[in-house]
Design a protein. Sequence first.
Length: 656
Amino acid sequence: MSKIESVHHEERVFPPAEAFVKQANVSGMVAYQALCDEAGRDFEGFWARLARENLLWSKPFTKTLDESKAPFYRWFHDGELNASYNCLDRHLESQPDKVAIIFEADDGKVTKVTYRELYHRVCRFANALKAGGIAKGERVLVYMPMSIEAVVAMQACARIGATHSVVFAGFSAKSLQERIIDAGAVAVITADGQFRGGKEIPLKPAVDEALAMGGCESIRRVIVYKRSGSAVAMHAPRDQWWHDAVQGQPNECEPTWVDAEHPLFILYTSGSTGKPKGVQHSTAGYLLHAMLTMNWTFDHKPTDVFWCTADVGWVTGHTYIAYGPLAVGATEIVFEGVPTYPDAGRFWKMIQDHKVNVFYTAPTAIRSLIKAGGELPKQYDLSSLRILGTVGEPINPEAWMWYYRTVGGSRCPVVDTFWQTETGGHMITPLPGATPLVPGSCTLPLPGIMASIVDETGHELPNGQGGILVVKRPWPAMIRTIWGDPDRFRKSYYPAELGGTLYLAGDGAIRDKETGYFTIMGRIDDVLNVSGHRMGTMEIESALVANTKLVAEAAVVGRPDDVTGEAVVAFVVLKGQRPTGDAARALAKELRDWVGKEIGPIAKPKEIRFGDNLPKTRSGKIMRRLLRVLAKGEEITQDVSTLENPAILEQLKQPL
């Protein structure tokens, strides 16, 4: 493999303000470097210190890292603790009346719960689960709307030592059935329905359909939270209403102590990546990373109002809603709705109303909000904001600049966080009080994360050469295995081609020659080979989006080409109306020429297709595998049940 060429050169740098550095948890690059040096000198001692300082143990660990069965690493494995105890009980004496969760419903209704109230809710529900015969080590599937109850369900499972598997509440009955069977789940926690964008979406009927498909005989209980009030079929004695289940249950529930390596949850990777894999995470290592990144990346302060806009069905919602904020004692927002309902000012109004200090969302949401009204944030008071964050994919430099200037008023650091379902928490990210920011770059690895860029044989590449992103040493929050498929785990993440000891992130990346900053160039399987030049799709997408007058969003894939080996195909969402006929062809030519000017003729898309949107899962992730099928002109045979709007596929079939 020749190196992956980088065509993007970013000159803009934004150092942190002196006042911000002074108050930061990691204050300046000297403090960051001191942590990195400590990890470099004594890797195990570094993680052991942090685990002892941050986690509450019922039985202290004596062994930090067991590498005897690598890559099936074990961290702190002879210690015992409970994740729910670490998130709730620890605050009962120090701040029982502090608001833990501010819940804003789709219709705008606000509910607040304190740490004491949340603790009692979790204990009552944990007792209900135990009364239903659910035991330590059994798997419980959670299929819930965004709600306080979704967090309660996850925390209650952790409290009794049951392993939860949350399924995003937009997934189909078939997806549910597959996950129930794979996890061997014994119970489902769901709701009658949910509200999104003013519409009611039923949930319980999908559970009934999944269980009727067969293969789900392991399910003994279905607990249903009454959210919408719509009539649903209840099958006694299997089904029980949530309010009936908790009726008369005690307010206290002794935590079940589990060993550090006990599976806290299984999370199936989303529908944008084909056949789902059950990513299994541990208890102690995962929780440690969630706490550290709240304190390092988000510079958590006791007075902060923290808002992560992700759904609990994704790992971001696990780490930065259900566990991390509660473990550090934060006040956080849980939001049921969508960013554009009742209008495109919803996010900005919520930041204004709740005086949000730390706001964490996806580049997809940012780009769609730019399209919906790029000047809208200026109509709201966003002065409470202190830190902005992005998650889910690399952010285009122009979207970064809009976010920084228009939303953050050019005063809030933007933490562009690179991580994955498999990593458990942030891996490469700016620290807001230390790292000079560069738009489009996730900058430097966290202390203790040994990231590198290698070629296809596992040999390290010098800065300035693009290649494959890997992690050289294990870290506490890492994936432990793929549930029920250890061989697939080893082949997927520790491939023999790279020597079997490097964690393969699956992304192409490059490090800046001078700063050593990392920039993600897209998934390895999205690297294009055009006339012998290997280019990351991310850079061509960034070039298209840099045309701020015309383009709201773009996704680039390759298709086979007889002349160039691979041709660039761009799918573009415009800021204005979608053109047709000659107007579309003229606009396509204008954008081709634009890319040629921005990057060079080699990167010009052979085809440009316009759509009102891109095919995305309901979490906002672009389903690139579908775009690759469309680019080749093939029929789509994959499951599209997770698509937000399947009609988009018809628009994108037509090349120009």
